[in-house]
Design a protein around this ligand. Structure first.
Ligand code: T5A
Ligand code: NA
Length: 210
């Protein structure tokens, strides 16, 4: 919103995709790459399981607790809200945040369970808007082949297929879609280009929005 912000700010970069699409691998590679370019960057992830809210989410995902679908949806959102001001501070101080999942995961996974999509979006309003959403595109069948799913609640092929459909509904023209079935280094290379362009744009003074 501030037009003549002098200090270069960092970029808010979000990676989205199905479980096993390769987000975590690529997020850490991106942070190393940006640091290698002399840029400040940090790796973030949602859910952030380290907070009190995050521990409730983690218990739910590992089936150690049961929660109503609406309740867990709001906890995922609350977990982003509790980090909002720190994220803004970091971005304003020039640090690029590479974020492993964000609001789109929140909406895609909960609406895939049958919750109303507009209801799912509502608690996300006012969170920081990403400068870039990179979607790691992989078919649910291929993702399932990768090392197999673990025991977490959503790691089931039938459910991942529904999530893929709901990501398609959320997808808009601003998203960068990367074929995540390529070798890891090829995905990495494509992401490096896209992300570096975004970071450069933000350094030129593109303002941060909600
Ligand atoms: N959720 C999350 C919600 O419901 N609401 C929300 O608001 C949010 C934020 C969290 C779960 O919670 C849901 C979504 C999730 O179900 P998580 O902790 O983010 O889960 O875990 P996942 O996303 O499931 O993490 P995964 O580890 O399964 O997937 P990643 O991070 O996409 O994949 P990654 O990098 O760990 O790679 C998986 C495997 O594939 C290999 C890797 O070496 C690894 O073995 N791999 C490749 N192999 C071949 N070629 C490539 N290009 C490869 N890239 C990676
Ligand atoms: Na992950």
């Amino acid at each position: 919103t501030e037009g003549n912000n002098k200090a270069a700010r960092g970029a808010l970069v979000v990676l989205e995709g199905l479980d096993r699409s390769g987000k975590s691998s690529q997020c850490s590679r991106l942070v190393s790459y940006l640091e290698g370019q002399g840029l400040s960057a940090e790796l973030w992830r949602f859910p952030d399981r380290t907070t009190d809210v995050g521990q409730m989410i983690s218990a739910y995902l590992t089936n150690a607790s049961q929660l109503d679908d609406h309740t867990i949806h709001l906890l995922f959102s609350a977990n982003r809200w509790e980090k909002r001001s720190l994220m803004e501070e970091k971005l304003k101080s020039g640090i690029t945040l590479i974020v492993d999942r964000y609001s789109y995961s929140g909406v895609a996974f909960s609406s895939a369970k049958g919750l109303d999509i507009e209801w799912c979006k509502a608690p996300e309003i006012g969170l920081l808007a990403p400068d870039l959403v990179a979607y790691l595109d992989i078919s649910p069948d291929k993702a399932a082949e990768r090392g197999g799913y673990g025991d977490e609640r959503y790691e089931k092929l039938e459910f991942q297929k529904k999530v893929a459909e709901h990501y398609k509904v959320l997808h808009d023209a601003s998203w960068k879609v990367v074929d995540a079935w390529q070798p890891i280094e090829d995905v990495e290379k494509q992401l490096q280009e896209i992300v570096l362009a975004c970071v450069t744009e933000c350094q030129k003074g593109k303002s941060l929005s909600s």
